[in-house]
Design a protein around this ligand. Structure first.
Ligand code: NI
Length: 170
């Protein structure tokens, strides 16, 4: 089932998420729905909070090929170490419509969490995967990529977004 994606400035996106404590059918259902939503969008990653669910769940698929859905789910993911610096070019977010921007990110990250069966996993990521994981884990802490761009660009976007929302209300 495709879920509705919340967009900026919806305050729910700023909420910290709760850790998953029991991996039951509800959680599996949420993960399936998140995948339907991500591929439909289409996007390369999605955090549960973007679909209005305040749980610590992310999914990602750097290939984002809906024909062969090959995504991973991570529960309660944490960045345990990071190194280097890189610029992710033209980063975007399904919750921040009509904005693309370069974002300063760590080059590599080590992420720990649980897979959807509850097994502990540790991921050494670089390249696109590293950026996706940083972006999605930010969501779990109420942070949007918008917060990581220059203040000038952010203010311009806020104004543009306000105008667009006003227009759509009329
Ligand atoms: Ni996002």
């Amino acid at each position: 089932m495709v879920l509705e994606i919340l967009t900026y400035p919806n305050e729910f996106l700023r909420q910290p998420t709760k850790p998953v404590e029991t991996i039951d059918n509800d959680i599996q259902g949420i993960i399936e729905n998140m995948a339907d939503t991500m591929y439909q969008a289409p996007g390369v990653g999605l955090a549960a909070i973007q679909a209005g669910i305040d749980k610590s769940i992310i999914i990602y698929d750097p290939d984002a090929d809906a024909e062969k859905r090959d995504y991973n789910a991570l529960l309660n993911p944490k960045i345990v170490s990071s190194s280097g610096e890189t610029i992710s070019e033209n980063e975007g977010c399904l919750s921040v419509p009509d904005l693309r921007s370069d974002v300063k990110r760590a080059e590599t990250v080590v992420v720990e969490g649980l897979d959807r069966e509850g097994n502990p996993v540790k991921i050494d990521a670089d390249g696109l995967l590293s950026v996706i994981l940083q972006h999605e884990i930010d969501h779990l802490n109420g942070i949007l990529f918008l917060d990581r761009i220059s203040a000038l660009k952010r203010e311009l976007y806020k104004k543009k977004r306000k105008k667009a929302l006003k227009k759509s209300e009329q």
